[in-house]
Design a protein around this ligand. Structure first.
Ligand code: BG6
Length: 301
């Protein structure tokens, strides 16, 4: 249990010093630190740790819906349900100070969580499923998340999905997102109107809320101020949502500090435009791999 929030969490530690924290509430990664102990994810100082409110920051899982269409709640219910631990990196985890802390001295620290629907959930989304999330920290400090959705029902179902990653940045006005040039996107600020990206990188000087379509499997987020580049590699999640609320929206969110928009950027590997269809007894799987490289090391000769 986390002393301040009272939420149960799993802590993954990797021998070289990087770490990650995953809440059972939402199956949500809320911290990912590099070897130097620097936090790489944004978590709002105003985040509310009180169900059913989803926690603002980290990496919420949006399932069975991305967005707010129809009768389902915005971004689905997986992010505010309690998940279970189904597997951890060692069969008998050595227990750290925290009951759920897992330490592994091999190359990877892993935890797998699962969400299955309650009777109440079945009333709002009448499909039996198993949603699994495997979070692995590699020896280089990379964070890999593997998602699986199994259809345990007798009928097929469909859903949209996102790993809603909040990256921590030093100054949003000095950030560029590379890999989305010339792509089509749906503009959530214009009721989902379709446009084509004209710039050679995305930069930020205002609110932005877009779903880039059929994006490449590798995207880079360059944080000039921090001299850090995040690399997001993904598989099975064709779209990429890019979101920054900017000043006005920030003020409207109770669980987000007024000036915190300067220090975060959401880049969300997603399947939005074309819903995923899973037939009975079948499985859908997707993956995202995040790494953070310091530009002072990566810039070659
Ligand atoms: C983004 C959406 O992914 O999530 C935005 O594109 C939305 O439109 C944002 O505002 C935050 O959503 P929520 O439900 O966590 O406040």
């Amino acid at each position: 249990k986390d002393a301040t929030t009272g939420f149960e969490k799993v802590i993954l530690r990797e021998p070289r010093g990087s770490s990650a924290e995953i809440l059972l509430f939402g199956g949500q990664v809320t911290s990912w630190k590099n070897e130097r102990g620097e936090e790489l994810l944004f978590l709002s100082s105003k985040a509310i740790f009180k169900p059913p409110k989803a926690v603002r920051g980290g990496i919420p899982v949006c399932f069975p819906q991305f967005g707010g269409q129809g009768s389902l709640e915005q971004h689905g219910f997986a992010r505010n349900r309690l998940w279970k631990i189904v597997e951890s990196s060692s069969p008998l985890p050595s227990v750290d100070s925290d009951k759920f802390s897992l330490i592994n001295n091999s190359t990877k620290a892993i935890v797998e969580l699962m969400l299955t629907p309650s009777e109440e959930d079945m009333k709002i989304w009448p499909h039996k499923f198993e949603l699994r999330l495997r979070v692995a920290l590699s020896s280089g400090g990379g964070l890999t998340m593997t998602v699986k959705v199994n259809n345990k029902d007798t009928k097929q179902f469909s859903f949209t999905f996102a790993l809603h990653t909040y990256l921590s940045v030093a100054d949003i006005t000095e950030v560029r997102v590379e890999g989305l040039e010339t792509l089509d996107y749906l503009d959530n600020l214009k009721s989902g109107e379709r446009s084509t990206e004209q710039g050679d990188a995305i930069t930020f000087d205002n609110e932005l809320d877009r779903v880039y379509l059929s994006t490449p499997s590798k995207i880079a987020v360059v944080d000039h101020e921090k001299k850090r580049t995040f690399v997001l590699k993904k598989d099975g999640l064709p779209d990429l949502v890019v979101w920054n609320p900017w000043e006005r929206k920030a003020k409207q969110m109770v669980d987000f500090g007024d000036d915190e928009y300067k220090y975060m950027l959401c880049v969300e590997a997603a399947a939005v435009e074309k819903p995923i269809v899973v037939r009975p007894e079948e499985e859908w799987t997707a993956r995202q791999e995040l790494s953070a490289v310091s530009s002072s090391y990566s810039s070659g000769p």
